[in-house]
Design a protein. Structure first.
Length: 106
């Protein structure tokens, strides 16, 4: 849950659904949503980066997100996290995956 520091108002969420692969790696499927009244403030980038940093600390090896091809803001968040689009389409959404290298918290 993402809340404003000053008011405690709930303004969004970042979610990670964890699965274990056949080779015993842990994958996190990421999702985020921010209230429209709080868009364009980089809150999704900041919150998702904090979650991703924690996921790596606890042993998550891979990240994936599914983003509608026309949702440019979410694509920006994914890029900020080090994810890159793949040719895979799932239910009309592009699968984004982590590229090699560290992810830094905002």
């Amino acid at each position: 849950m993402l809340r404003r520091h000053d008011t405690g108002e709930l303004i969004g969420t970042v979610q990670a659904t964890l699965t274990r692969t056949a080779d015993n790696r842990i994958t996190a499927e990421l999702a985020w949503i921010i209230a429209t009244s709080h868009h364009r403030q980089h809150l999704a980038k900041e919150a998702a980066a904090v979650v991703v940093a924690w996921l790596f600390q606890v042993g998550v090896a891979d990240l994936v997100a599914h983003i509608h091809p026309h949702h440019l803001a979410s694509a920006g968040v994914a890029r900020h996290l080090g994810l890159h689009p793949t040719p895979v389409i799932v239910d009309g959404e592009v699968e984004w995956r982590l590229a090699p290298g560290p992810v830094e918290a905002a």
